[in-house]
Design a binder for this molecule. Structure first.
Ligand code: PMP
Length: 450
């Protein structure tokens, strides 16, 4: 039963939260979390009855929206039949989820190691690569996010790494391509691609190929700005990995399971990694689940030799039953196709039209239900609307933008000087147009800072 609006209950929920919940990535006394009463489809609402269109898909994971009845029923049925069972056993929900995932992952990524989420999937992918190659280092992009556990946060490029980076994790960062803010003085996508590949090959040469276990990249870096890579970049990285015997890991935790209008973003670029991480959309986050899809060659490394790693809840039956039902729903309801079609016909053109009218919009990029607007003070110089990693007063323009969107009934995703437009992959045309109209008004507020 979905809780209904009731301000008194809302106040009690909030008071208990403030007293006892320690929130992630936050200064505990400076936050004011909204008390959420319920959610359905693309919307959620608070205890005062205010409804929001969720343009964030939670943390970019409710790819089929909230409370899909078929997935809720599948979780209930699994709970009645077998709530839990340890990972060493073959369990129907687990083997079926693995089969459905392996059928959809590219190439020969046919074995699935289950985790509880994205960060531990990254941890295990890197461990597998190190053991497979016998080499210590991992190369990853500065503009990246790979998770909040220790190794995953070391691999991450974004500033959230700084506070806990010991500097001894065997991770070397490099610049991946980003034509809008090129580190390579490139004027075209082709130049950006060629120079980024040259930079990566130079990094490999100077680090020593025989010391590098893996290169890990988000297929489309998400948290760092939804930076669709130039054509040919990922294929070029694949080639470098083959040349130097390096394991190629694609992190599809955010980009996977329909987000880009394909089952996996790797399909957009026709690349097949050696390991691919996933989480979030695999079951729309209804029960925590993530994993690593593993190539035949790497699976063989652990054919006769034990893989030294595991998790108590690996392949939890409730999470796997939710994944089976989610994948079924996505196939039956054409969710992936919906993301591709409405991304191309509604969201992309709608955002480009907003960019034409709002001087604060510097760049529009994305695909499917995976878009970013980059807000700037000056379109010519591309100076960001707020400084890198701004907080407090310095972040006022983005805070004003977010407040205006919420006032209009859209919950926006805001990160640094960007808003990411990441609605559920099954959002309707009417919902998307409603959200774009609210963003239009919120961008007018941001224009005031240009
Ligand atoms: N990798 C990527 C690409 C992500 O976007 C995220 C989460 N935003 C993670 C890993 C970490 O996933 P989790 O929060 O489930 O640990």
């Amino acid at each position: 039963m979905t809780p209904q609006p009731n301000p008194e209950v809302g106040a009690a929920v909030k008071a208990a939260d403030r007293a006892h919940v320690f929130h992630s990535w936050s200064a505990q006394e400076l936050i004011d979390p909204l008390a959420v009463a319920g959610a359905e489809g693309s919307y959620f609402w608070d205890y005062d009855g205010r409804r929001y269109l969720d343009f964030t898909s939670g943390l970019v994971y409710t790819n089929i929206g909230y409370q899909h009845p078929k997935v809720v029923a599948a979780i209930q049925e699994q709970a009645a039949r077998m709530t839990t069972f340890a990972p060493a056993f073959a369990v129907e929900a687990r083997s079926e989820a693995a089969r459905l995932i392996a059928e959809r992952t590219p190439g020969d990524l046919d074995k699935i190691f289950f985790t509880n989420g994205g960060a531990d999937a990254v941890e295990h992918a890197v461990r597998m690569a190190r053991l497979h190659t016998g080499r210590p280092k991992v190369l990853s992009a500065y503009r990246s996010y790979h998770g909040g556990t220790q190794q995953a946060v070391n691999i991450t490029g974004d500033p959230r790494r700084w506070a806990s980076d010991s500097g001894t994790a065997g991770v070397v960062h490099f610049w991946a391509p980003f034509p809008y803010r090129s580190r390579f003085y490139a004027e075209t996508e082709e130049q950006e691609c060629a120079r980024a590949l040259e930079h990566l090959e130079t990094t490999i040469a100077f680090e020593g190929p025989s010391t590098i276990a893996a290169i890990i990249l988000e297929t489309i870096p998400g948290t760092a700005g939804i930076m669709t890579p130039p054509a040919g970049y990922l294929a070029g990285v694949r080639e470098l990995c083959d040349t130097y015997g390096i394991v190629f890991v694609l992190d599809e935790v955010m980009a996977g399971f329909g987000r880009t209008g394909k089952w996996f973003a790797a399909d957009l670029y026709d690349v097949v990694p050696d390991l691919m991480t996933f989480a979030k959309g695999v079951n729309s986050g209804y029960v925590p689940l993530g994993g690593v899809a593993i190539s035949g060659a790497i699976a063989e490394t652990f054919g006769k030799r034990p893989y030294p790693g595991g998790l108590t809840y690996s392949g939890h039956p409730l999470a796997c039953a939710a994944a089976v039902a989610t994948i079924d729903v996505m196939a039956e309801e054409g969710v992936v196709e919906n993301a591709a079609r409405l991304g191309e016909s509604v969201v992309g053109p709608g955002l480009r039209e907003l960019a034409e009218r709002h001087p604060c919009v510097g760049d529009v990029r994305g695909v499917g239900m995976f878009w970013a607007l980059e807000l700037v003070r000056d379109r010519e110089t591309r100076e960001p609307l707020v400084p890198y990693n701004a907080a407090g007063e310095a972040n006022a323009p983005m805070a004003a933008f977010a407040a205006a969107a919420k006032e209009g009934g859209v919950w926006p995703f805001v990160n640094m000087n960007r808003t990411h437009v990441v609605p559920p992959c099954n959002a309707s045309e009417a919902e998307l147009k409603e959200g774009l109209a609210v963003l239009d008004a919120a961008l007018s507020v941001a224009d005031g800072y240009v």
